[in-house]
Design a protein around this ligand. Structure first.
Ligand SMILES: Cc1ncc(COP(=O)(O)O)c(C=O)c1O
Length: 421
C-alpha cells in the first residue's frame, strides 16, 4: 500500500498539467476573423456583421424552435432584459432555485421584485416542482428554472404548474447549451430563455449572453432595454414601443463584435466537443462506481446533458470513516487531483438574499429567504466535489484512470487520513 502524498508518499497522478483547459485555444480561422474585424468594425450598433451571424447561427442551433435571439454583453445582462421583458416590477415575486449561481435571479431585484428561493431535487439538482407549488402566492409572476450543471429540470411538471397558475416561465440555460428533455431542447419550453456565453460555458463568447423567445413583444422590450438607437430602430416592431428607439430604456448592454466572433466559432465547434465530453464523463462515471465514498452525478434516462457544464459528484463522508471534506480535498490535491469544493453556496446564505429589507430600495420590505427551508440545497452544497468536466476524449482516459487510483488510495489509507483530522 503506497503512502499518502500528503504524508510524503509518491503522487498518484503523474499526468502533466493542466488536466483541464477551457475555453480551448482559437484555431487560425478564428484568429483571422478576429484580426479582420479589427479594421472593419469594432463597435457594432445594429444587428449586422458577426452579431447577426452569431444570432442566426444560434437560432439554427435551437432547431428553429425560437423566433428571436438577442445578444447581450453578459448572461446577467440578458437575464435583466428577460425579467424586464416579462414585465417584472415593484411588488412582484420571482420563484427560483435555492442552489445555483445567484445571477439567475439577482437581476430581478433591481426591478423591485422579491425572489422566493425554493429547494432543489437531490437527483437533478434543479428546482423541486413540489416545493414550487408551495411557494406560489398571489404576487408570483415568474418561475425561473435553471438546468443546473446541464441536467434539464422536470419540465413536464414545471410547465404544468406555470400553466395552472398563469405564471411566466424563464429558463436559465447557462449550464445547458444543447441539453434536451425528452428530446426537446431546453430553452424552448418557457416564455423566454437565457444562455450565458461567459468563458467557462459550453458555448462561449468570453463575456456575453443570448436571450431567445418566440414572443414579439418580449423581443421588443428586451431589445429596447439593452440596445438603444440602431438596433431598436431596425428591429423593434411594436409601434407603441418603437417610439423609444433613440433612448431605449436607458441601458446599453450590447455584445462586442469580437465576442460574437468567438461565440460563432465556439458554437460551430460545440457538437464535436460535446460528443467528446459525453464520452469522457460517461467513462469517469463508470469508473467512479469502484469508489465506495463517491456518488457520481445522476443523469435521468430521458435527458441529454448537452454542454454538461460541471461535474459535481457527492462525497459520502460516512463511507470514508467521516473524513472531513476539506481534508479529503487536501489529500486528493496532494496526489495531483484537480478537485475543489464548489464555490457557489446556497443562494439564501448570501447577504443579498438573507435580509428582509430590500438593500436596493431602502424602506421597502421584501421576502426574506430562510436557508433552513432548503435542506436539500444545503446538503448538496455540503457534499459536492468539483471535478473537471473532461472533454479531450480519448486523451483524458489516462488522467481519469489516475484520478480513480488516487480516490482508491484514500480508501486504503483511511487510517492515516484520520490521523490528520
Ligand atoms: C446559472 C447561471 N446564470 C447566470 C449566469 C451569469 O452569466 P454571466 O457570467 O455571463 O453574466 C451564470 C454564470 O455563471 C450562471 O451560471
Amino acid at each position: 500500500m503506497s503512502k499518502l502524498s500528503l504524508l510524503g508518499g509518491e503522487k498518484t497522478v503523474t499526468a502533466a498539467h493542466p488536466h483541464y483547459k477551457w475555453p480551448p485555444d482559437a484555431d487560425m480561422l478564428e484568429l483571422e476573423d478576429l484580426v479582420a474585424q479589427r479594421n472593419t468594425d469594432i463597435s457594432t450598433a445594429g444587428r449586422t456583421g458577426p452579431i447577426r451571424d452569431f444570432e442566426e447561427a444560434f437560432l439554427e442551433f435551437m432547431e428553429g424552435r425560437v423566433k428571436y435571439a438577442v445578444t447581450f454583453n453578459s448572461g446577467t445582462s440578458a437575464l435583466l432584459a428577460a425579467y424586464f421583458a416579462l414585465g417584472v416590477r415593484d411588488g412582484d415575486e420571482v420563484i427560483g432555485p435555492a442552489l445555483t449561481f445567484h445571477a439567475a435571479l439577482s437581476p430581478a431585484l433591481i426591478l423591485g421584485a422579491s425572489v422566493r428561493l425554493v429547494d432543489i431535487d437531490k437527483n437533478t439538482r434543479c428546482i423541486d416542482p413540489e416545493k414550487v407549488k408551495e411557494a406560489i402566492t398571489e404576487k408570483t409572476k415568474v418561475l425561473t428554472v435553471v438546468h443546473q450543471w446541464g441536467h434539464p429540470c422536470d419540465m413536464d411538471r414545471l410547465v404544468d404548474i406555470v400553466r395552472r397558475h398563469n405564471l411566466f416561465l424563464l429558463e436559465d440555460c447557462s449550464h445547458a447549451h444543447g441539453s434536451q428533455y425528452k428530446g426537446q431542447l431546453v430553452g424552448t419550453f418557457g416564455d423566454v430563455a437565457v444562455f450565458s456565453l461567459q468563458a467557462n460555458k459550453g458555448v462561449f463568447a468570453g463575456e456575453g449572453g443570448i436571450l431567445v423567445t418566440n414572443d414579439s413583444n418580449m423581443h421588443d422590450r428586451a431589445t429596447l432595454l439593452g440596445h438603444y438607437r440602431d438596433r431598436s430602430r431596425d428591429e423593434v416592431v411594436s409601434k407603441d414601443l418603437r417610439k423609444y428607439w433613440v433612448t431605449g430604456f436607458g441601458q446599453k448592454l450590447r455584445m462586442s463584435p469580437f465576442n460574437a466572433i468567438v461565440a460563432l466559432h465556439s458554437l460551430r465547434a460545440f457538437p464535436e466537443r460535446k460528443q467528446r465530453r459525453h464520452k469522457a464523463l460517461a467513462y469517469f462515471t463508470e469508473r467512479l462506481q469502484e469508489v465506495d465514498y463517491i456518488e457520481p452525478p445522476y443523469v435521468a434516462t430521458n435527458v441529454d446533458m448537452g454542454a454538461w457544464y460541471g461535474y459535481k459528484p457527492l462525497y459520502i463522508k460516512e463511507r470514508l470513516s467521516n473524513v472531513p471534506r476539506p481534508l479529503l480535498v487536501r489529500a486528493l490535491r496532494a496526489e495531483g487531483v484537480k478537485v475543489s469544493i464548489p464555490s457557489a453556496p446556497p443562494v439564501g446564505t448570501l447577504p443579498l438574499y438573507a435580509e428582509n429589507l430590500h438593500p436596493l430600495f431602502p424602506g421597502k420590505g421584501w421576502y426574506r429567504n430562510d436557508v433552513e427551508s432548503h435542506p436539500v440545497a444545503r446538503q448538496i452544497a455540503s457534499m459536492a466535489l468539483s471535478l473537471p468536466p473532461f472533454w479531450r476524449w480519448p486523451e483524458d482516459r489516462e488522467i481519469i484512470d489516475q484520478y480513480i487510483s488516487a480516490f482508491l488510495k484514500m480508501q486504503s489509507n483511511v487510517h492515516d487520513l484520520l490521523s490528520l483530522v
